[in-house]
Design a protein around this ligand. Structure first.
Ligand code: GSH
Length: 205
């Protein structure tokens, strides 16, 4: 059986939502980042990088949300969770998810989770970078209600994680980011997303 290692509210929620949307049978095990459980020998044996998510499959462990989302969508193509039959659109799906993981996530992570917290000019620059990157997605979302256009894909659950962080940090101004705000509300209404929020002990923001 698939086994997901996640931390509540963290980026692994994207993989958690993907499993729930897919209808796969899986087990979800929380890893407590606050106590450093991700750096224990037991967890490092699963993911030597010491981060969540990690997905244990019958063939071995997959890390990185972008890779896990593609794996889940491709192993259950009948669920239409990504444009798996179209190489060009699949490349765009992967590019979007790769960009979230390599650009938006690090920028938000530095701003929101640096310890000690950023202050003064460093904080101002970090806010500007996050807003600039969010603006890129805001402009792109004008294409359709979902990241890939008319149909929900697993990229939407991934984007939602960062929209949640942004709204909780008062960064999701409704005048500047109407598309992101609407996308967040729309995604949080999905039944699978609500089940994941409940399983992680969280509520819609
Ligand atoms: N790009 C990676 C990022 C993984 C990542 O940084 N996860 C964070 C939570 S959002 C983590 O586990 N951090 C623990 C730590 O850095 O100690 C992915 O998408 O899987």
């Amino acid at each position: 059986m698939l086994k997901l290692y996640y931390s509540p509210g963290a980026c692994a929620m994207a993989s958690h939502i993907a499993l729930e949307e897919s209808g796969a049978t899986y087990e979800a095990t929380p890893i407590d980042l606050k106590t450093g459980e991700q750096r224990t020998p037991d967890y490092l044996a699963i993911n030597p990088a010491g981060v969540t998510p990690a997905l244990q499959t019958e063939r071995g462990v997959i890390t990185q949300n972008a890779a896990i989302l593609t794996f889940i969508a491709q192993t259950r193509p009948q669920q239409n969770l990504a444009p798996v039959g179209d190489p060009f659109r699949m490349a765009r799906f992967n590019a979007f998810n790769g960009w979230l993981g390599s650009s938006l996530h690090p920028a938000m992570g530095r701003l929101l989770f640096s310890r000690p917290a950023l202050e003064g000019e460093a904080r101002g620059e970090a806010v500007d970078l996050v807003l600039t990157r969010m603006q890129l997605i805001e402009d792109r979302l004008l294409d359709g209600p979902w990241v890939m256009g008319d149909a929900y894909t697993l990229a939407d659950g991934y984007l939602m994680v960062f929209e949640r962080w942004a709204r909780a940090a008062d960064l999701l101004d409704s005048a500047r980011f109407p598309g992101l705000n609407a996308h967040l509300d729309r995604t949080q209404e999905r039944a699978a997303v609500q089940r994941v929020l409940a399983a992680e002990g969280l509520e819609a923001v």
